[in-house]
Design a protein around this ligand. Sequence first.
Ligand code: TTP
Ligand code: MG
Length: 357
Amino acid sequence: MNEKKRIIFHLDMDHFYTAIEERERPDLKGKPVIVGADPKEGKGRGVVHTCNYEARKLGIRSAMPISRAWNLCPLAVYLPPNFDLYMEVSSRIMEILRKYGDKFEQWGIDEAFIDVSGKAKDYLEAEAIACQIKKEIFEKEKLTCSIGIGPNKLVAKIASDHQKPDGLTVIRENEADDFLAPLGVRKLLWVGRKTEQKLASMGIKTIGDLAHFDPAVLTEKFGVMGTQLYLMAHGIDKSEVAERGQVKSISRDVTFEEDVSNPEVVFNALDKLSEDVTADAQRQKLYFKTVTIKIRYENFETHTHGKTLPFITNRFQDLKKATRELAQGYMKQDRKIRLVSVRVSNFTSGQMQRTLL
Ligand code: TTP
Ligand code: MG
């Protein structure tokens, strides 16, 4: 079998939200900057969305409670998010990137894959294209990014994260095994905390450990996913770079000022989140099919629960009904709720919607 070799890029913007804030306000340069919930002098209850590299040196990270960030660095600059601005910048960057690839796939607000197999005959040419992309993004947006180049999406994605910020990492097919071996299994797409723990209990910590493990045992323990894990550990990924909806999901969350036991308060909060999410979906002309809620109790125990609707929609009433139904089982008399979120995914664009009807 003579499969054509592919060359894939993964691009990820550096500390995206804070980089945009720094660009808008040059006085922030050099200071630790955090975009997230209001810290309220350490009493704030939301989370850090992201922070710049100066703040990361102090131990601050995305998704950390904002109160913890305040304890680590009360003198950092704390800014509320400006999502509209971030979305605008994101779509301009995606437009730049799209023209460099034969195929383009947006993966998140600040990241995307492109397949350049038809444009670059070898890795040297690919590297030159990557430099060109970095230059164009910097000239037009005054922002830096990191690019990973590899024989498939999996390797490219791990490579883009390898030398952040402003990195460019090229991993050829025959280098993939050595590159991956020392890295932790969490670097692999789809390996979350639970899989990581299960693998650790089997003595598997690094991707190299996984690559040397008996694939039959992996399949026995993890089913189809076991085979997938084994292939990934060897840097094998045949998935195509495939255009789809601009965004994969839209979500909103709220951390209550005080933990809540009254179900009506929780339902009202869910309604408000559903309203914001549908407004966002309508603005982007996206229709969704899957709805997921997250409920975090006061002790941080967190549950995610979702369902796929039998129809596509972006109507507030549909989302409101779905989220209320999903949340029903989590309202318990003796359990106070700290945070709720609403997420929609499985999108169809407006254009496809029209052809479907
Ligand atoms: P990331 O690319 O994961 O992070 P980043 O761009 O801030 O930093 P890095 O240089 O490591 O790539 O996420 C992109 C944006 O998504 C980020 O700027 C803010 C947002 N985000 C959240 O709101 N919450 C999160 O937990 C994470 C990880 C990101
Ligand atoms: Mg990023």
